[in-house]
Design a protein around this ligand. Sequence first.
Ligand SMILES: NC(=O)c1ccc[n+]([C@@H]2O[C@H](COP(=O)([O-])OP(=O)(O)OC[C@H]3O[C@@H](n4cnc5c(N)ncnc54)[C@H](OP(=O)(O)O)[C@@H]3O)[C@@H](O)[C@H]2O)c1
Length: 378
Amino acid sequence: MLANAALKQASRVQLANKMAPIQSRAFHDLTLRKKTGKPLIGYGRGGRSSTNGQVATVFGCTGFLGRYVVSKLAKQGTQVIVANRDPDESRHLKVTGDLGQVIPLEFSLKNKDQLLECVRHSDIVYNLIGRDYETKNYTFEDVHVNGPRLMAEACAEAGVARFVQVSALNASEDSPSKFLRTKALGEKAVREVIPDATIVRPSIMWGHEDRFLNRIGDADGWQYWVNESKTKILPVAVLDVAQALSVLLNAESSMGKTYELYGAKQYTFEDVFNLAREISMKPLPTYNVPTPVAKLAATFLDKLPYNQMISPDLIQRMTMDDKPTPGALTFADLYMEPTLLENVAIQYLRRFRSNAVFDLPFEKGDGQIQKGVYHIID
Ligand SMILES: NC(=O)c1ccc[n+]([C@@H]2O[C@H](COP(=O)([O-])OP(=O)(O)OC[C@H]3O[C@@H](n4cnc5c(N)ncnc54)[C@H](OP(=O)(O)O)[C@@H]3O)[C@@H](O)[C@H]2O)c1
């Protein structure tokens, strides 16, 4: 009796199985990596709680640019390996992605086994590591040349399909700045190991945690500057650079190319000071120091422990105009338009405003930016 019932049930299941429509995987769920042929299987509707099938390692994730890059990658369902030197420094990145999607791993830039472990299962590796000054443990060569070369070797060994090296605008082997010379040598070292690596050269970046607008806005008391603040710069939004880096995730056409990412408008440091003065309603006085004197002072200050403010090389760079390479690929080649600093500066400089803003008249009219009423429209 029982056996009969079981048989009937089994044939009913068989029939149901036969009649069930055969569903096939959608082609848009499956992408093949051009270089490795490895399938990338996406799942879900797209976004934070889905997966795009990609694993990305971000070196330098604990820095200014790093947090935005990790956030943008994780937001599209990428599993991100946040390579760090101190787990506490990368803890804030955990919440940028869904549970288990942001994975911290410790590494040292001089330890190839650790580097290999960080990139072993990745489809793409971003190297954002850079430093404005040398330390007793790491010279510019260590950070910008030897480290990236070792990292590229680890990637080649692990069969990582893509490598993105973040360098700097103006990087050149014959630059008077050691930072920029080593950045150029770093690009070369990476390309020797991985010829189709993508190089990204951002200009000076602004954002909430920058070392640019924050320094200018904070200059309420005494602020030294060199070159009479006449150095010409092309500042770029950190969010734009992070967005461009996240676009590269899927843009295999960017392999082997170099992108120079700079802002839409040229300013001098004095122009930016004037913008900050207008927004903050503070005098923000600057004092011009002759470059050799500033370099000498910076040489001594550079030796102080925990000084992360100034180095002779930084002074040198403060005197150098931004010069994009003619014909170089830029935002337009990624179908992006860079943000204009004036349009968003209030967001970053608001916290430096004087209480004089409360005496300003309320804004009337069409919502256009008017002098003296910034506080209403922000
Ligand atoms: N900020 C700009 O305006 C600007 C302009 C042009 C180019 N860039 C380049 O863009 C990249 C990102 O800039 P950023 O402003 O985000 O830099 P950042 O805030 O100074 O962050 C640098 C990152 O590099 C890591 N790092 C530095 N030295 C290291 C070492 N010896 N070993 C391991 N990790 C090390 C830091 O890790 P820890 O947190 O552990 O120290 C941090 O994650 C850099 O390559 C920089 O040179 C920046």
